[in-house]
Design a protein around this ligand. Structure first.
Ligand SMILES: [Zn+2]
Length: 350
């Protein structure tokens, strides 16, 4: 069987849309027909070579999607043929099968345990979760990466509680999901920070109480005016080391948390004033919002369904697969919050 895929063949060059041959499934693998794929900044970093040298090219890309199961390999018990599934990079229950090698006119094409910039993909069982009932497949794409990362950074990593003050820096897909979770948890104030006024509008629609643009003045002062004692938590979703350095100053002594979610370029480092840590502030990393997909997905689906996200990012733009390079460019230039690649496959509710 063959399928159409957008491949990274050369760093810093457009992805190439080609036909690739799909190998027979190994034990623990699942063949999925993809209906929608998200595009996130990770793919921009990869495609533009900002993660450093890439020994795997040519390779498939993309790590959040929705589709339906066409075939299951030996030993797969988590999903069945015909199931509608979320594809995501965060490992859950099930077999953990390393990447697939596809065929491109005799040339090997690498792929990780999940890839989504293609019409059909061989996916490791542990990168799939059944699509919860009642979630629009278009919106459900976010449950593969942006939603578990953004929701989880707030709920799991920062351990948000009612009444706590939060700031979210960088209102892309992840940042917007972080706002939704903080609002749903009853945090207040919930401050959205971004340079792009359009994105701040999305944040307002998602329930953020205050919108700050760094162009309007010194962020430390603006935040202090709103929360004189310092924030309970900051979710950093820009990948900017300057933001990571500043955020520790914005949170309160004795328990203020900074959660670094954004991906910085490969050679970036940042400086920490150890006295900030001596005050009991905590600098935290997170891996997909410390989400356990099989445990968290039902709750995440409810948060997603709360509808606020649809009012913002998801109306932004859908692209057909052959416009994948436009989608990457538009995301990089901030023209769209979360591009969705629509493969044209319509899932019918079971
Ligand atoms: Zn992602």
């Amino acid at each position: 069987m063959k399928t159409e895929a957008a491949l990274l063949v050369e760093l810093n060059a457009p992805l190439q849309l080609v036909e690739i041959g799909i190998p027979a499934l190994k034990s623990g693998q699942v063949l999925v027909e993809i209906s929608h794929s998200g595009v996130c900044h990770t793919q921009i970093l990869e495609a533009r070579g900002r993660r450093g040298p890439d020994p795997f090219v040519p390779h498939c890309l993309g790590h959040e999607g929705v589709g339906r199961v066409l075939e299951t390999g030996e030993g797969v018990s988590k999903v069945r043929v015909g199931d509608q599934v979320i594809l995501g990079w965060i490992k859950g229950v099930g077999a953990d099968v390393p990447g697939t090698v596809y065929d491109w006119q005799g040339r090997k094409v690498n792929a990780g345990g999940v890839t989504t910039f293609q019409r059909h993909a061989v996916v490791s069982e542990n990168r799939l979760v059944s699509l919860p009932d009642g979630v629009d497949p278009h919106a459900a794409v976010l449950l593969g990466c942006a939603a578990p990362t953004g929701f989880g950074a707030v709920l799991n990593t920062a351990e948000a509680r009612t009444g706590q003050s939060f700031a979210v820096v960088g209102i892309g897909g992840v940042g917007l999901c972080a706002i939704v979770a903080a609002v749903a948890e009853g945090c207040a104030p919930v401050i959205a920070i971004d340079r792009n006024p359009e994105r701040l509008k999305f944040a307002a629609a998602a329930g953020a109480s205050h919108m700050l643009n760094p162009a309007d003045g010194d962020l430390a002062k603006l935040i202090k005016a709103l929360v004189p004692g310092g924030l309970d938590a900051v979710i950093e979703a820009t990948g900017s080391v300057a933001v990571m350095e500043s955020a520790l100053e914005w949170v309160r002594p004795r328990g203020g948390r900074v959660v670094v979610v954004g991906n910085a370029p490969a050679d970036a480092t940042f400086r920490v004033d150890p006295r900030q840590l001596n005050q009991g502030k905590r600098l935290l990393g997170c891996w997909g919002g410390d989400s356990l997909p099989d445990r968290d997905m039902a709750r995440y689906a409810e948060l997603l369904k709360a509808g606020v996200i649809q009012s913002g990012l998801l109306k932004a733009k859908a692209y057909p697969l052959h416009e994948i390079n436009q989608a990457l460019d538009d995301l990089e230039q901030g023209k769209v919050g979360r591009p969705i690649i629509d493969m044209g496959l319509r899932l019918t509710k079971a």
